[in-house]
Structure formats: structure tokens, C-alpha cells
Ligand binder design. Structure first.
Ligand code: FE
Ligand code: FE
Ligand code: ZN
Length: 287
């Protein structure tokens, strides 16, 4: 079964109910959101009455809450411990964020592994492992999904080897997983056109069971550009047919596929994009 959705908003007043309603308006059967602005730490208390209404709404509309994803704010950087207070803050904030995710009844949080900002990949990975072990120590039902990155600047996690190295250091392995991002993988040098081979490689290096979510985005840049600029489905360098293979890959059935493609004329393109993916037919009139 195709589990498809997009990034949606999560507002102070409507919270999870607003996110569900937005997802339904796109014809989605899952969704992903930030629990607040991704670039700051201002967060509102979770309202359990609204959460319960949202859960009912999901049940009525066949949205499996186990497939819903939260994205951690990108101000969290677990790779850099140059300044102890910032490193501690990242750890503390991720812990708090996970509590919110738990309160919402959601199982997965996607995290950018981090940027080593000059410390080197080795040290960066060490810092990430140490931080994740601290975060996971507090018992929890939430699984952290490490996102595959484009390799922009000093980003860690742009190769399967780096992701595998992080996982190897995690004590509670049942609470760690991976979220692939097709735009990021393309920009880091992987061939999305040869997705079967790519999955095999991932299985050998990381292990396919760790894969719990895929961000399916086209890319504005050529393979290996190390850029990370998302493009609408079928409008970028990866192309519609190659992305369709990702959406409908047999081995990835039931793994949530999330669109993080850019707005078109300040409007969310997700309803139209989901429609063309379901129809398996490219719509050249989106922009
Ligand atoms: Fe991300
Ligand atoms: Fe992503
Ligand atoms: Zn990206």
C-alpha cells in the first residue's frame, strides 16, 4: 500500500488536528510536521483534548498514526561540542522534543545527524553517538530516524557508511532508524536512477530494516553537487519516472513517503503532486 503525505503545519491553536486536516485536504494518508518553528525553540504545550480529536479524525480517515513523522528542528546539532553549552542545549532540546512527540502518540522523529564545523568527521560522529545515547537513555517509545544528508558544508550522514558508523555506536538500536531523502542522496552523489542497486548497497552497509521513512523530493542540482535544494516532483534532475520507482518500490511498500517539495506561487503543491503520483502520470502544468 502506498503511504504518502507531505510536510504540513502544526500551529499553536489547531495543533495535531490542524495537521491532520491539512494532510486530508491533500489526499494524503500520512504527514510530517515540526512541533514549532524549525529554526527556533519556542514551543507550546500539547493540548490533549485536541490530540484526542486528531487521533479520532485519523482513525475515521484511515491514517495510521504509526506512519506519521515529526521532524526535529534543524537548530539541533549533535556533532559539534566545541561549545559545551550549545552541545548540552541540543541534547536537552531533543529530549524535550521527544517528550512532545510521545505525548502526541507519534512513533518517529527525523533528525539531521549534524555538522562537525571543522572538528572532523570522526570526532563529529563520536559526538553524535554520545549525544544520542544520552537522549535514548531516558526510556521512550520514540525512534530517532537519522536523515541521509546532501553533504553541504560539514554535514555528517551524506554516505551510508557514516550513517552505519553512527548506528554501530548506539546502545538502544531498537530506537534508531534511517530516513532517506532522495534529493539529498542525489546531491551527495548517489544514483537515484539506479534505485535497486542503491537499496542493495544500503542493505549491505546499513541494513534495510533500519529504513523507516523516505523523503521523496526532486533536486534542483546535478548529482554530487552537495547542495540540498529541493525541487517539485518531476521538475528536477532526478525526474518523474525515477521518483515513481521509489514511490512504488516493492521493498518499500508501507514505508511512509513524504514530500518536502517547494511551494509554487506561495501555494502548497502537495494535492497536485500526490494526485500525479497516484495516477502515475506527470503533470507539466504545475508551474
Ligand atoms: Fe530534513
Ligand atoms: Fe528531508
Ligand atoms: Zn533537503
Amino acid at each position: 500500500m502506498l503511504i504518502i503525505g507531505s510536510h504540513v503545519s502544526f500551529t499553536k491553536d489547531k495543533q495535531l488536528l490542524g495537521s491532520v486536516e491539512e494532510a486530508l485536504s491533500y489526499g494524503a494518508n500520512t504527514f510530517m510536521f515540526y512541533t514549532g518553528a524549525p529554526q527556533n525553540t519556542k514551543r507550546y504545550a500539547i493540548n490533549s483534548v485536541i490530540t484526542n480529536k486528531a487521533i479520532t479524525k485519523m482513525q475515521e480517515n484511515n491514517i495510521d498514526i504509526e506512519k506519521v513523522i515529526v521532524h526535529a528542528p534543524y537548530i539541533i546539532n549533535l556533532a559539534n561540542d566545541k561549545e559545551a553549552d550549545k552541545y548540552d542545549f541540543s541534547i536537552r532540546f531533543l529530549k524535550e522534543e521527544i517528550k512532545r512527540v510521545e505525548e502526541l502518540g507519534i512513533k518517529y522523529i527525523v533528525l539531521h545527524p549534524g555538522s562537525h564545523v571543522g572538528l572532523g568527521v570522526e570526532k563529529g560522529i563520536e559526538n553524535i553517538i554520545q549525544a544520542l545515547n544520552i537522549v535514548l537513555e531516558a526510556s521512550s517509545t520514540v525512534t530517532i530516524l537519522l536523515e541521509t544528508m546532501a553533504g553541504k558544508g560539514t554535514e555528517i550522514g551524506s554516505t551510508f557508511e557514516e550513517i552505519a558508523k553512527i548506528i554501530s555506536g548506539i546502545k538502544k538500536k531498537e530506537y534508531i532508524g534511517v530516513c532517506m531523502d532522495t534529493c539529498h542522496m542525489n546531491d551527495s552523489g548517489y544514483k537515484i536512477e539506479e534505485f535497486d542497486l542503491l537499496l542493495e548497497e544500503f542493505d549491505q552497509i546499513v541494513g534495510l530494516p533500519y529504513l523507516k521513512c523516505i523523503h521523496v523530493n526532486d533536486s534542483k542540482n546535478i548529482r554530487g553537487a552537495k547542495k540540498d535544494r529541493h525541487e517539485n516532483i518531476g521538475y528536477g534532475t532526478i525526474g518523474f519516472d525515477n521518483l515513481l520507482k521509489v514511490f512504488y518500490h516493492k521493498k518499500l511498500d508501507c514505508i511512509p513517503k513524504i514530500l518536502e517539495t517547494p511551494y509554487i506561487f506561495e501555494k502548497a503543491p502537495y494535492k497536485e503532486e500526490i494526485e500525479m503520483i497516484k495516477k502515475k502520470q506527470f503533470n507539466a502544468n504545475l508551474k
